[in-house]
Every structure is written in C-alpha cells, then in structure tokens.
Design a protein around this ligand. Structure first.
Ligand SMILES: Cc1cc2nc3c(=O)[nH]c(=O)nc-3n(C[C@H](O)[C@H](O)[C@H](O)COP(=O)(O)OP(=O)(O)OC[C@H]3O[C@@H](n4cnc5c(N)ncnc54)[C@H](O)[C@@H]3O)c2cc1C
Length: 493
C-alpha cells in the first residue's frame, strides 16, 4: 500500500495504457445513508457491461438509514411530506405507494394529517430505502460491507480502502457519502461538562436522552429541527421540567403550509447575481402572493426547487454572503418542522415549560451537577442567570469541521486530495462531483455524494435533492467507465 502522496492516474489516462484488458470495475461507496444507498441503487440499475462491483461500506445495520432515519424514537418524524421523499427520481409518489403496499404506518394514527399529508416516523423512510436495496444485495449487484473505512490511500492506479479492523479492498472509483459529522459543542462546554452525567453532546445517538429525568431543568443549545426533535421526544417520555432553547437569533423552524400550495415565482427567469437582489426578488414574490391569501411556503418551495441553478450562477463572494447572513433565515423556512413535532413545541410553550431565546452562553460553572449559566441575550444589556440539570447540544452536524472529523478525510486533506469548500458548507468538488484538492487538483476517481457537495451544488440537504444528486453521481460513474477500459486485472472475487 502506498503512502498518500501519489495522485492516482485519472481513469482516462489509465485507459490508454491498458486498453485491451477489460475487467469488472469496482466502485466503493463510503457511507450507506440515503446518499450512499441511493448512489448504489441507481448505479446498479444502470445498463453497464461489464457491470461494476458495487461495495457500500456502512457500519450500521442495513443501508439507507444513515444518521437521519436510523432512529427508534417514536417522536422523530420525517419533516418533508412522504409524497416528496422518493428514491425514484421519476416517481415522486413511490415512497407513498410503498407505505401503502406495506401498511407501513399501521398503528400510527397520528401519521396522517388532516390536510391529507403523511408524515410517518423517520425509521419508516429508512426501512423503505433499505427494502429497495435488499433485492440488489440478494442478487449480488450491491454488497453491504458492515465496516468503517479508516484510511483511503492510492494504490497504483486504484484506491485502497482500509477498514478499522485492517481489512483492505481495492476500488477503481470511490464515492464519499459520509455526510454528517457529529455536532460540535460551543466554546469550552465540551471540556467543562464532559463528565457531567446529563451532558448530551450528540442527541442523535440511540438512548442519548435516557439520562434526563422527568423534572430536570434542561438547556438546549440550538433551535433547529434537532432541537425540536429533542423537545418532542422529552415530552413523549413524560418530561415536565423547564426547558430553555437558545440560539444566536432565537429563530424557530417554521411549520408546513396551512393548506396545499404549488411552488410559486420564477427565480431563474429573473436571475439574481447578488444575495441582496435574490432576497429582494423573494420578498417581492412573497408580498404579491400573501396579498392574494397564499402564504410564503410556495415561494420558498420554488427557491428550493430552483436552488441549485440559482446557486451555481451566483459568484463565490455572493454565495459566502448568503451563508454568512441569510442561512439562518433560509434554514428555518426551508427545514420545516413536522406538524406532530410542531404541536409538541406549541404545547410546551403554552404550558410555560419551553422558552426560546436569542442568546449565547457568557459563562458556565458546575456545582454538584447543577450547571449555572450566564446567558447573554441578543440586543439586551442585561444577562440572565439560570441553573440547569441537563444540557443538550443540538447545533447540528459540524460540517465546517468535516475534514478533521475522521482519519481518512484528514489524511486525504493532508495529501492534498480534499479541501473545505470555500463557502464552508462541505467538500470542494467540480460540477461532476469530482473531488478537488489543493495538490491533486481534480481527482475524477474520487466523487462526493450528498450534502457534502452543497458548496458546489447549492440546495442539497433533504429529499428530493439528495436522491436526485445520488442518481447524478451514479451517472457520472457510468460515464467514467464508458470512457475507460480498466487497468490490469486484480479480479474481484
Ligand atoms: C436528524 C436529521 C433528520 C433529517 N430529516 C430529514 C427529513 O425528514 N427529510 C429530508 O428530506 N431530509 C432530512 N434530513 C436531511 C438529510 O441530510 C438527508 O435526508 C439524508 O439523510 C442525508 O443522508 P446521507 O446519506 O447523505 O448522510 P448520513 O445520514 O449522514 O449518512 C452517512 C453514513 O455514512 C456512514 N459513515 C460515516 N463515516 C463512515 C466511514 N468512515 N466508513 C463507513 N461508513 C461511514 C455513517 O454511518 C452514516 O450512516 C435530516 C437530517 C438530519 C441530520
């Protein structure tokens, strides 16, 4: 195995030297959440000869669950109606029909909302993607390797994937689909509270909230969808203690439209080249529509649908401006809270149990497990003194720290194959999703699938964009192989 200093030959370069020795190519996908599983699915269904060997490295039980849908918490619901969460890009209602065919929401009377939208528990979506992969696994088109990739190093013309337990696999193309690193607790909290029995740095871990007692006073850091999940889960567990949820601006994720509305506006016909113009265009359309009795939801849906084209036409400086100034507002309008979860939050507020503040932590000390916090409230001079029994971090995945989040990514960054996207949203890649690094430049055999490619593609966090992007990455792999005859045989078993 080579050290991480050689830029592997591009596939096209390789084809010139080894044109006559065709063999079955190997595609390794690191991460078997929705992005990795959907990439494998679309790749396996592509008509290719020879068909590539597709190996998905994923330590979790089953493919397609990933961080978001690998949850047994009954309060965790998909936050996009089921009618918009399909694996099949040309059949948007496929998940709905699958639910119907498998009675997958039987016993969950709350899943169906009065407006006809279905918001099942999140694990149902994980079950769906997993069920779609199972036949492909059974017939050998896709292999699920239950392993964590610890190192990824060039090996001659290929990549060598080294698992945590030492197992090695050679691949011609590698797709990085690891998406969400753990959240990062602000300031010194991580150090100060690391041994506290009710400090929850990552509430997405199974059983993370179990240590919180019904009467505990809880501080939640973050006000997005994970915070909403935590509040709904605590309510379901019978928690009655006071909760403070803080974030810089105190913005709370908005709910879904009160009645169905079509996407509205056209932000490509009147293309904005600055963040300011884009914001003005959006506000204008919202103003016009709300005057007719509609709500902002359809407008944001249209911005989201056109988001990748809008984003790609914006200069880098304007993209950065959006990330710096508009992102918090975009996030709370675009990531909508499931109605059942919204109801749990509304109830907690009306009962006086939940307070949502625009505040930051100015100081903390711990006395006999009581966490004393000084909260600095935005735009107010005075600070608040509060004491909590439990602290939960819900600031969301720390994408800005992705390169340091696991050894293989850190090593690829050190070798010059990967770098942070200039907007800080994920990993640098081309519009073909090929990794871009400061030393290697473009590496066509290393692709980025899913939210980590957001800096290049723009809106790419939830469905349907995640499955559309996975299908696109699969098509890029197919094109690579069509343009290439693979190198010397190291025939896979
Ligand atoms: C809590 C949460 C809830 C969400 N809910 C919704 C929703 O309801 N609707 C919606 O449209 N979007 C939702 N999203 C957005 C979400 O980003 C996408 O829907 C989608 O789940 C992204 O999947 P992914 O496969 O890209 O990433 P992930 O789910 O992060 O999957 C990455 C996978 O990679 C694996 N992995 C990581 N490192 C390695 C390694 N070294 N070796 C092998 N495997 C590795 C991990 O085990 C993980 O399973 C949610 C996101 C979160 C965080």
């Amino acid at each position: 195995m080579n050290q991480l200093i050689v830029n592997p030959m591009t596939l096209s370069a390789r084809s010139e030297s080894t044109a006559s020795k065709a063999r079955r190519p190997v595609v390794a996908i690191i991460g078997g959440g929705v992005s990795g599983a959907a990439t494998a699915f679309h790749l396996a269904r592509a008509d290719q000869s020879p068909a590539p060997k597709i190996i998905v490295f994923e330590p979790r039980d089953g493919l397609g669950r990933g961080l978001a849908y690998d949850t047994a918490e009954p309060a965790h619901r998909i936050n996009v109606p089921a009618a918009r969460m399909s694996l099949l890009t040309d059949e948007p209602d496929h998940f709905l029909r699958w639910i119907d065919a498998h009675s997958a929401t039987a016993g969950d009377a709350d899943a169906l909302r009065p407006d006809g939208n279905l918001f099942p528990r999140r694990n149902v979506f994980g079950d769906y993607i997993n069920a779609m992969l199972e036949p492909l696994i059974a017939d050998g088109a896709v292999q699920h390797r239950r392993a964590t990739v610890a190192h990824l190093v060039p090996d001659g013309q290929r990549w060598c994937l080294v698992e945590e337990d030492g197992g090695e696999t050679l691949a011609d193309i590698v797709v990085i689909a690891t998406s969400h690193p753990p959240p990062v607790a602000p300031g010194g909290l991580q150090t100060l509270l690391k041994d506290h029995p009710r400090f929850v740095p990552d509430p997405t871990r199974a059983g993370a909230l179990d240590a919180i007692r019904p009467y505990d006073r809880v501080l939640i850091i973050g006000n997005g969808l994970t915070s909403a999940d935590v509040i709904a889960s605590l309510a379901l567990k019978g928690h009655t203690g006071a909760i403070t949820a803080i974030s810089r601006r105190g913005l709370r994720s908005r709910g879904h439209a009160p009645f169905p509305q079509d996407p509205a506006g056209d932000f490509l016909a009147d293309q904005a080249f600055t963040a300011r113009t884009l914001l003005r265009n959006i506000r204008n359309v919202i103003r016009e529509l709300t005057a007719t009795g509609l709500t902002w939801h359809g407008v944001i849906d249209q911005v989201r649908a056109q988001g990748q084209s809008i984003w790609q036409l914006l200069p880098l400086a304007e993209r950065k401006r959006i990330v710096r100034h508009l992102r918090p507002y975009w996030d709370v309008h675009r990531f909508r809270v499931a109605p059942q979860v919204e109801a749990a939050l509304d109830e907690a507020i009306s009962q006086g149990r939940l307070e949502i503040l625009a505040a930051s932590i100015a100081g903390t000390n711990v006395e006999d497990e009581a966490v004393n916090c000084t909260l600095r409230v935005r735009r107010r001079r005075e600070t608040l003194q509060r004491t909590y029994d439990a602290v939960v971090v819900t600031t969301g995945p720390g994408h800005g720290g992705i390169l340091a989040s696991q050894p293989f990514l850190a090593e690829l960054a050190r070798g010059g194959y990967l770098e942070l996207d200039p907007t800080g949203l994920g990993l640098s890649c081309t519009r073909n999703s090929e990794a871009v690094g400061p030393v290697a430049g473009v590496t066509p055999s290393l692709l980025i699938a899913g939210p980590l490619a957001r800096g290049t593609f723009g809106e790419l966090m939830g469905l349907p964009q995640v499955t559309e992007h996975a299908a696109f990455v699969a098509s890029v792999v197919v094109e690579h192989f069509q343009a290439t005859v693979l190198g010397p045989a190291q025939t896979p078993p």
